[in-house]
Design a protein around this ligand. Structure first.
Ligand SMILES: Nc1nc2c(c(=O)[nH]1)N[C@H]1C(S)=C(S)[C@@H](COP(=O)(O)O)O[C@H]1N2
Ligand SMILES: [Mo]
Length: 303
């Protein structure tokens, strides 16, 4: 199986935005041909068109990060207060080497690459982000996942002195999320540490946040401080807040509407007020890569 969103070029050494764009444009040409051959037809054309990345400005100024407030511009305004150095991630539960892992030590061991992914919020807006990051699998392998583990639980930092939104009970804090182990180990699942070759801005989840491109955005938990391997389905923040509307799986699915709105289309941010809505793709366009994870499962029951 070809991971068509995985660039073969490493952007480790990209420091300059314009250089990045030039290289990306070259890649888009090559990948475009491969994509058209692989799936063909109007759908391929659509998929390609929709993969024009949003600007760094768009991506870092329109955010959901309730720890810093519920307005789309609150995170950019308030997240500057967050201290991200030093940063440790506790990895515990069903692992051979539980402990506190220092972020800098993790980075020294990981292979950071560029992944241009679609990102679809459950609120029906979307963007395309050139993330820099490493595969979550590589981090989990570092800790040594035991065979009894079936799920991975994640936790965001709890630090109300710096995270002003945590002074209010908008959600239960800390923010928590979870994946099935096979979802967590999938090569498309990354820990993002950068955008456009720069350190990831605080408002986007510094210093490292999960990105699961075929699931609604809220699964992609930010500013992770704890990862626990477990044999039970972990609780997740939006499910705790409203179980009727937000399920554990939350796979992007144009055929399964939210209880209060359609999920058939989306508005790509940055296109202005009158930009046309675009169709939402099954599993956010990653169906070929991840549909097998859900074989035999009713996606409208396991939403
Ligand atoms: N800790 C934490 N992680 C979070 C959120 C949050 O409020 N807190 N919001 C989620 C939602 S709803 C979305 S759409 C994405 C937004 O990511 P972005 O701001 O980088 O676009 O982050 C997700 N991760
Ligand atoms: Mo979201």
């Amino acid at each position: 199986m070809a991971y068509r969103w995985k660039n073969t070029l490493s952007d480790n050494d990209v420091t300059d935005h314009s250089l990045f764009l030039n290289r990306r444009q070259i890649m888009a040409g090559a990948a475009g041909l491969g994509l058209a051959t692989a799936i063909g037809g109007p759908r391929a054309a659509l998929a390609q068109e929709a993969l024009e990345p949003n600007s760094f400005e768009d991506i870092s100024s329109y955010n959901n990060f309730y720890e810093f407030g519920t307005g789309k511009d609150d995170p950019a305004k308030n997240a500057g207060a967050l201290t991200t150095t030093p940063w440790t991630v506790t990895i515990d539960g069903m692992v051979d080497k539980p402990g506190e892992y220092d972020f800098a030590d993790i980075m020294a061991k990981m292979t950071v690459e560029e992944r241009i992914y679609r990102f679809r919020c459950v609120e029906a807006w979307s963007m395309v982000v050139p993330w820099n990051g490493f595969e979550l699998k590589d981090l989990l392998d570092l800790a040594g996942v035991q065979s009894s583990a079936k799920y991975v639980a994640f936790e965001t930092l709890y630090r109300p002195e710096e995270m002003v939104g945590q002074k209010f009970p908008t959600l239960e804090w800390p923010y928590v999320e979870g994946l099935r182990l096979d979802e967590a180990m999938h090569p498309l699942t990354i820990m993002a540490t950068g955008i456009y070759g720069k350190d990831i801005p605080n408002q986007n989840g510094a210093p490292m946040r999960l990105v699961v491109p075929w699931k609604y955005g809220f699964k992609s938990i930010k500013s992770v401080v704890k990862i626990t391997l477990t044999d039970k389905e972990p609780p997740t923040s939006w499910n705790i807040a409203n179980a009727r509307e937000y399920g554990f799986y939350s796979n992007v699915n144009p055929e399964v509407d939210h209880k209060r709105w359609s999920q058939a289309t989306e508005r790509k941010i940055g296109g202005g007020l009158f930009a046309k809505r675009i169709p939402t793709l099954m599993l956010n366009g990653y169906e070929e890569d991840v549909a097998s994870l859900y074989e035999g499962m009713d996606m409208s029951v396991n939403f």
